[in-house]
Design a protein around this ligand. Structure first.
Ligand SMILES: [Zn+2]
Length: 283
């Protein structure tokens, strides 16, 4: 499942062919993904200029010159592929249509952006730009982890009195938006905090210390995604998935990477999800 850095990488890959560009025709090949598409989606998108391509949590938000915003979510298996770009960033020929090409943006600039999603957990919706913050998928989200509203005081206040494990608290999208399993594992490892520790029982100074660590972990992954974008010239034009090495995620049974620690990375299941951690240096 794409996490925030992958979605941000998709956004950065799409921006050159979408921002300021006109959707000549939006081809909508079915009535729904996870939820039904908005009414007349193709008509509301076709002929519209995309003023800005932003991101909120794991949602791509394309502001249109009609005063509407298109929300796009990759779900579990969604992929965005770009072809035929006149700007020379993507030099691929248009591919033959595939079975799960649910939405295709034929851009006036000659680029073609295909949203392909075999499992159909993805989503698209349209809303008034001015009321985007009230959208049902957006309204309950906490601050962006890379934004100014995510700061030490916020996290300390959010954790105060909380009886849930810190792992669950960081996955709570109302506390901080867009954090997923992988990057929470990585941040807790770097902070030396056990994923099992109750959020409300961690000293305020250690909670505060999580903020720069979370930002750093995400920033490094986004940077890795950015360097992967450069490879798309010779790749297949697909955006968003890149090779990135993790310190604990997926490393159960391997030696802990923290200098001076001779622990072994372990996996435990919390709320149905794997928590990779070092029991020796994460307390
Ligand atoms: Zn360790």
């Amino acid at each position: 499942m794409p996490e925030l850095p992958e979605v941000e990488t998709v956004r950065r890959g799409l921006a050159p062919v979408m921002e300021g560009q006109v959707i000549a025709r939006a081809e909508v090949n079915r009535a729904d993904l996870r939820w039904p598409f908005p009414e007349r989606m193709s008509e509301r998108l076709s002929g519209r200029r995309i003023e800005r391509l932003g991101r909120r949590s794991k949602y791509l938000m394309a502001d249109l010159d009609s005063g509407e915003t298109l929300l796009m979510h990759l779900g579990m298996s969604g992929r965005m592929t770009v072809s035929g770009d006149p700007l020379g960033v993507f030099t691929h020929e248009h591919a033959m249509p595939e079975k799960h090409d649910h939405v295709v943006f034929h851009m006036e600039n000659g680029a073609r952006i295909v949203f392909n999603d075999p499992r159909r957990f993805g989503a698209m919706d349209l809303m008034e730009t001015a009321r985007a913050a009230e959208h049902r998928l957006i309204a309950a989200l906490g601050p962006e982890p890379l934004g100014n509203d995510f700061h030490e005081d916020h996290l300390v206040a959010a954790f105060r009195g909380k009886n849930t494990p810190v792992k669950a608290a960081l996955l709570d999208q109302g506390i901080v938006a867009g954090l997923g399993n992988i990057y929470v594992c990585e941040a807790l490892f770097r902070a030396g905090i056990s994923p099992r520790r109750k959020a409300g029982q961690i000293a305020a100074a250690r909670v505060a210390g999580l903020v720069p660590i979370i930002r750093q972990v995400l920033a490094e992954a986004i940077e890795a995604g950015g360097s992967s974008l450069k490879d798309y010239r010779r790749a297949d034009g697909e955006l968003g998935y890149f090779q990135h090495s993790f310190d604990v995620y997926g490393r159960a049974g391997e030696a802990c990477r923290k200098p001076g620690c001779d622990g072994t990375v372990a996996r435990l299941v919390q709320s149905g999800r794997s928590s990779f951690h070092c029991p020796k240096c994460q307390r």
